[in-house]
Structure formats: C-alpha cells, structure tokens
Design a protein. Structure first.
Ligand code: HEM
Ligand SMILES: N[C@@H](CC(=O)c1ccccc1NC=O)C(=O)O
Length: 284
C-alpha cells in the first residue's frame, strides 16, 4: 500500500468482485437493515430518523441481551459458573452502552419532538417485547403484560415461554443449593411464573457468603455481578425517565400511561432484594 497525493491506494490482494461470494453488505443483510427506516410524519420531519434509529439500535442490543440472559440461565443450570458470569458481564456492558446512548436522543428538543409525536399514534416503548422479556428473565414477571402482545403471536409465544420458566436468579439459587448452601425449599419450589417476592430466609445464605468471601469467592463475585447488572438497569431506567421528562414534561404517554409518574414507579422495584437486605446486616 502506498499513499500518493494523500490518497491510500488499494493493496493488490483486496477483493473487489462480490458477485458470487460473501461481502460485508450481504453478510450483515444491510439491504434489509438499512431499508427499514420509514419516517411517518408528513412531510418527513428531519428528526424522526434520529428517533427511529435510536429505537432500532436499542432493540438490536436488547436482542443480544435476551440471547445472553438465556445463555446465562442455561449455563447456571449446567453448573458452568464462569461462562455464565461472562454473559452477565456482557449484558452489563450492553446496558451501559444503551445508557450512554440517551445523550443522542437528548439532543431532540420538546419542540422538535412535538412536531412529529402525533405520527407515532399509540406506539410506545411499553410495547417492546424484548424489554419485557428481559424484565421477566430477571424476575419482574407480570402476566398482565402479555395482553399487549396478543396481536403478535411470535412475541406472545416467546414471552409466555419466558414467563412460565425460571429466572436467571432462580437458576443461580438452584446452583447455590447444589453447592451445599441452605437455600430454603420454598424458594427452590416456588411458582416460577410469579413475580419474585423477597424471601427473608434467603438472606442468611448470602450473609454466609459475604462474611467469608475467601471460602465462597466465585459465588460472592457472582452475587456482585447480579448487583452490578441491576445497578446498570436502574441507571438506564433513570436516564429514560430524565429524557422523557425533558422531552414531554408531565404529558401522558402514547402507550396510555401517566408518563413520567408511571416510569418513576419502575425505579422502586429491585430484582434481587435479598442482595440489598444482606448489606444492611453485613458487619452488624
Ligand atoms: C423521546 C423519547 C422517549 C419518550 C418521550 C418516551 C416516553 C415513554 C413513556 C411516556 C413511557 C410510558 C408508557 C407510555 O404510556 O407510553 C415509556 C415507556 C417505555 N419506553 Fe420510552 N420514551 C422515549 C424513548 C425510549 C427509548 C429510546 C427506548 C428504548 C428502547 C424506550 C423504551 C421504553 C420502554 C422499554 C418502556 C416501558 C417501560 C416499563 O414498562 O417500565 N423509550 N416511554
Ligand atoms: N411513549 C412515547 C412515545 C415513544 O417513546 C415511542 C413511540 C414509538 C416507538 C417508540 C417509542 N419509544 C419509547 O417509549 C411518548 O409518549 O411520546
């Protein structure tokens, strides 16, 4: 390769004929991906493309989060703790990327958004089945949410399956029991399709781990992975709330909720309450 007059010339080996082989665009199906942005405002509003791409990129990352959480659950079931932790770490980094991404959408002013919000009709992030799958996989289950997906049989089936099967937390607690920890039977035998409810009898199990970290190092680190993940999701939720507030103030949402107030309530939930309660007790 050489540079002549500021232009980098192609090396001799660089492929340029892709008529019969795999290329970047064909491997990534860019024809499909890049032809799926259709602003609905009439005439098309300049900022609607930002809104669409922000959501599409978020949904792509959410797809990977679901994939990794399913893997983490499977690996925990198979007693493969280290690879499970790798998936959890990846999820945490994806969520952090999604949180960073809010700053792009925050460049959309209330006046600009108001100019095309009407084109969204009753569409809302509330109808994201991948987001709901993640909440379900982490224990925030609610069968009422399925109603939103009645018109989408594939999404409905995927969510029903995740609703009815155990969570990542259930998988971790079963692993703890297999490794000799005194996980209460009522926790192990719980109805996994129900939302997680704090189990005070589980706190001594975590207390034993946190009070002798050397003896339980990898389990202790996994508990902290879960806390890290929850932390990352709460920060994402908070940035969503802040972005919504600066964009639509206290207007009701297009999904039919009260808007900011509805989103505030989600911040009160915790996926792993015993991992918070144990902190009150450590060293005390
Ligand atoms: C200007 C941008 C945005 C506004 C004004 C906004 C507004 C809202 C509002 C008001 C809700 C409550 C449900 C409703 O009644 O509609 C909601 C829910 C939701 N939004 Fe957004 N949103 C924005 C961007 C995003 C983005 C980029 C995502 C990324 C995927 C997203 C994901 C969600 C999710 C998952 C929910 C359901 C939350 C839950 O059930 O706890 N939103 N949004
Ligand atoms: N709920 C939003 C609308 C909204 O944000 C939205 C609409 C269509 C597709 C994705 C959306 N994002 C997240 O809720 C609003 O009330 O303005």
């Amino acid at each position: 390769m050489s540079i002549e007059n500021g232009v980098r010339s192609l090396e001799d080996g660089v492929h340029t004929d892709f008529s019969s082989t795999m290329s970047y665009g064909s491997y990534l199906e860019l024809d499909v991906l890049l032809s799926a942005q259709h602003p609905r405002s009439e005439p098309p509003h300049h900022d609607e493309l930002l809104f669409i791409i922000q959501h599409q990129t978020a949904e792509l990352w959410l797809k990977l989060v679901v994939h990794e959480l399913l893997a983490a659950r499977r690996l925990l079931d198979a007693d493969e703790l280290s690879p499970a932790r790798k998936s959890l770490a990846r999820v945490k980094h994806i969520i952090r990327t999604l949180t960073e991404q809010w700053s792009v959408l925050a460049t959309l002013t209330p006046s600009e958004y108001a100019e095309f919000r009407g084109a969204l009709g009753s569409a809302s992030g509330f109808q994201s089945y991948q987001y709901r799958a993640i909440e379900f996989l982490l224990g925030n289950k609610n069968p009422q949410m399925l109603a939103v997906f009645r018109a989408d049989p594939a999404a409905h089936a995927m969510l029903s399956d995740i609703l009815e099967t155990h969570t990542v937390y259930d998988a971790f607690l079963r692993l703890l029991a297999r490794r000799g920890h005194d996980v209460p039977a009522e926790v192990l035998d719980r109805d996994v399709s129900a939302a997680w409810v704090e189990a005070p009898a589980l706190v001594p199990v975590f207390r034993a781990i946190y009070e002798d970290t050397a003896a339980h190092w990898e389990l202790y680190e996994t508990c902290e992975d879960l806390v890290d993940l929850e932390d990352a999701i709460q920060v994402w939720r908070f940035r969503h709330l802040q972005t919504v507030q600066r964009t639509i103030g206290r207007k009701p949402g297009t999904g039919g909720s009260s808007g900011v107030k509805f989103l505030q309530r989600a911040l009160e939930l915790t996926f792993f309450p015993e991992l918070i309660t144990v902190r009150t007790e450590i060293g005390g």
